[in-house]
Write a protein that binds this ligand. Sequence first.
Ligand code: SAH
Length: 259
Amino acid sequence: MKNSGSRTGRISLVGLGPGDRIMTTPNALDIIRNCDVIVGYKGYVDQIADLISGQTLVSMELGEELDRANRTIELARTGRSVALVSSGDAGIYGMAGPLFTILADQGWDGVTPHVEVIPGVSALQSAASLLGSPLMQDFCAISLSDLLTPWEVITKRIKAASVGDFVIALYNPRSRARKDHILKAREILLADRAAETPVGLVKEAFRPDQSVLITTLGQLDASIDFVDMFTTVIIGNSTTYRYKDRMVTPRGYERKLNS
Ligand code: SAH
């Protein structure tokens, strides 16, 4: 064991960022290098394979979130320091949720094992950075996955965001099982938002196959095949406009300057 001092056990929920190593924070890298055990989905563990020297690796399949969280807690209770890795930020549709839920169900005392969340760059930040300045006013994130949230709740939130004129970042926009959710989201939004509203599609941000497309809400259906489960979709609000290959949501200084 590397950290023999951590006998009370420690869990670090580590967000790895969108993909490229340059987007993983030095803090996350430090923890990965110095922990006893790394637990994570196989794809993410492979992503950090070069950082392994002596840590035990527990790589599990996608969809085994509860198993991953349970295994992490078991290992930490033996006094080890465990890094549970997520893509992006572990606290945004990541492993922090299942981990804290299970700990709470177990009556965790809040102290042992020690638990910390190490922030990472989330998909909405990565996508926004490649698009320009789409998140410059109030925004929200909505996941279109109904695996854990009922579809009626998701549509209610889309409608509320639409009425509230929020810029919206859609996570999990489309998978084989949920091909049409994004088109239903588009329909709901078109009741309140202009067809010309810019929509940014960012696929595999900061990965080798990165691609970015800007379309409009009205024409989103024509680009639907671009959208997959590695895409984040950013829908502008009523003030967002396209300039060259960027999406601009003005911050509001302009109005002040002119008044
Ligand atoms: N914890 C992650 C989100 C996991 S949910 C985070 O904070 O980023 C999975 C969804 O995130 C995907 O369906 C996709 O919408 C988005 N996503 C994750 N990585 C991405 C990337 N590199 N480029 C674009 N979208 C990404």
